[in-house]
Structures are given as structure tokens and as C-alpha cells.
Design a binder for this molecule. Sequence first.
Ligand SMILES: Nc1ncnc2c1ncn2[C@@H]1O[C@H](COP(=O)(O)OP(=O)(O)OP(=O)(O)O)[C@@H](O)[C@H]1O
Ligand SMILES: [Mg+2]
Length: 225
Amino acid sequence: MNPILRVNCVCKSFQQGNQCVEVLRDLSIQAEKGEKIAILGPSGCGKSTLLSLLAGLDNPDTGTVEIDGMDLAKQSEDDRSQIRSEKLGIVFQQYHLMRNLNAVENVGLPLEILGATDFPDLARNALEDVGLGHRAAHFPSEMSGGECQRVAIARALINRPPLVLADEPSGNLDQKTGVEVMDLLFNLCNEFNITLLLVTHNRDLAERCDRALLLKDGALAEFNS
Ligand SMILES: Nc1ncnc2c1ncn2[C@@H]1O[C@H](COP(=O)(O)OP(=O)(O)OP(=O)(O)O)[C@@H](O)[C@H]1O
Ligand SMILES: [Mg+2]
């Protein structure tokens, strides 16, 4: 069986003015079903760059990113979007909710995009699963940061994707709310055997994962705390 994620010798550079900055250099990683992997590393080392390659939002200069055996760079833009919709959930530090949609509409959006007709009921259930049934009609501006992040988690998991990418999901929250939000994310990933790639600066969170990796000099190495 294919691993859910296989990254092979990925390189990525950016042109900054007349300088070429090499961010990822021969980076490889593989993740198995249900595995939780923390990725640590200093600001600017390339963690978010890596996640955007894994999500197929950007292409590596060389090397391959395979999701469930499919090489993202070899797909058409439409097929890449389809893979993203079916296989991936993404949680960002800044929530990235649609401001003009209420909580239940935000959560149902991925299903609506996939053409499901029962998305309002499923979205309402998913919102209840994250303890926010009473906030269904609220817009993001009417909710706290912790509530917005719980909506974002419900949205990321509503399709039951096999792989969730999370970029500092508790980075914007106070410690107590952050722990509650992370408990929720870990519990849902356990319940549905979802593979989680978690970018974090928090060593306690990293210790809750099956393994922790340090992004350093453009590649991943085992993190020893
Ligand atoms: N589109 C881009 N164009 C030019 N340079 C970029 C681009 N995206 C990222 N970079 C550069 O790549 C490097 C890595 O950025 P990235 O956002 O991946 O870091 P990070 O590890 O996520 O940092 P943080 O912990 O602060 O979020 C930085 O030097 C950044 O300036
Ligand atoms: Mg980042």
C-alpha cells in the first residue's frame, strides 16, 4: 500500500531581488496512515514553504511530492484541486475562514465544492462535534480566536481527509485555549485515523506526536529535545 505522503529529494529556492535563496534542499519525508509528525524549526527555515508544496499550492524546483501515490506535479491544475479536496485538510495559524460566511457555511464549504447535497446537515453535525453547535449562525467576526480555530478544524476534517496539514494552529491563541484546540485536533485525528503533519514551535505539542523532526539547513532531521 502507498504511504499517504511521500516526499522525495525536494528542493525549493526563491528569488529575492537579485539573490537566490535556497530554502529546501534535498528534503525527504514519508508519513504512514494515522501517524502524527511534528515539524519544528526556527522562523524562516521553510516550514510553511514545505506545507505549501505538500498541499500542491506551489511546485518544488526538483524532487517529488506524492499524496496517496499520486505525484502532484504530474497532475493537471483541476486534478490537483480534486486531490486537495479529497485527500487534504489544512489548518492555518490565522484560521483563513471566509468572512462573509457564517460558521456552518464555512464548515460545509469543502463538501459543497465536491458537489455533496447533504452538506448543511453534515456541517451542522461537524460543528457540534467541535462544541460549537450554538455558534452555527455566527460570522467569524462574531467569534473568539479559539472558536474560529475550532470552526477551521471542523472544516478541515469534514471530508474525513486521510492527511491534515496544520501550520501552527494554536500559535494565535492563549495557552489554555491553544491546549483545548490541540486536544480537539489530536482527538479527531485519532478517531478517524488521520495522518497529521503539525508545524509548531511548541515542544510540548511535539512530544504528543509519534515523532518530531527538525527542519534545518533545508532538510529534515530527527529532533532530540
Ligand atoms: N513567495 C516567496 N518569495 C520569496 N521568498 C519566499 C517566498 N516564500 C517564502 N520565502 C522565503 O523562504 C524562507 C522560508 O519562509 P517560510 O515562510 O517557509 O518560513 P517558516 O519556517 O514558515 O517561518 P515562520 O516560523 O516564521 O512561519 C524565508 O526566507 C522567506 O522569506
Ligand atoms: Mg510559517
